[in-house]
Structures are given as C-alpha cells and as structure tokens.
Design a protein. Structure first.
Length: 102
C-alpha cells in the first residue's frame, strides 16, 4: 500500500462527500499507511457527548475504485482540535486539510 494511493482516495472521498453534503465546511486527512482517515466538519450534527471522535468504517471496494478501508468521522466545527482522536490516529497536529483545489 502506498501512502500516495491512500491520499488519492482520501481526496476523492472528500470531494465526493462535499458534493453530496455541501454543508461540510472543512475536511481533514490524517495520513496513514493502513487506511483513509478523514474528519469532516459539519455544524448540522449533534455535539459529541463523550468528547471523542467516533469514525464510521467502510471496507475497501476495488469494484468502486476505492481499494482501501476508510474511516470517516463528522464533528461540529467548534469541536475541531478539542475532541480525543482514535488511539492510532496520531495528534491533531497531523491533520492535513483537503481543499477542493487539492
């Protein structure tokens, strides 16, 4: 697995998710050699009740040109850098914003 390929899938998912949910204000990628890890900021979701990020996990699908497992979490903008990340995601300092310009 190449981190470059994982980043390509992360950028694709970020763009696609923004297209179907325009209220996503920002998308952050947490680099990994194992899977895509994204946090999407969206104000229309409830506040975290336990101060932790809880991603949804999706299997990879070569058929859909998404070969890598993906973990995607949605949090409110004001929770950015304030919630506890999943154990193996690193720190908030590792977050890289994905913009539409790529």
């Amino acid at each position: 697995m190449s981190r470059k390929e994982i980043e390509r899938q992360a950028r694709y998912l970020a763009k696609d998710n923004r297209a179907v949910e325009p209220s996503i204000s920002n998308v952050y990628w947490f680099p990994s050699d194992a899977e895509v890890r994204l946090i999407e900021l969206i104000k229309e979701i409830p506040v975290s009740d336990d101060r932790r990020v809880h991603p949804f996990y999706f299997r990879g699908s070569k058929k859909h040109k998404l070969p890598f497992r993906s973990a995607i979490a949605m949090i409110r903008p004001e929770e950015f850098k304030r919630l506890e990340l999943p154990e193996d995601w690193g720190s908030w300092a590792d977050a890289q914003e994905i913009t539409d310009a790529g």
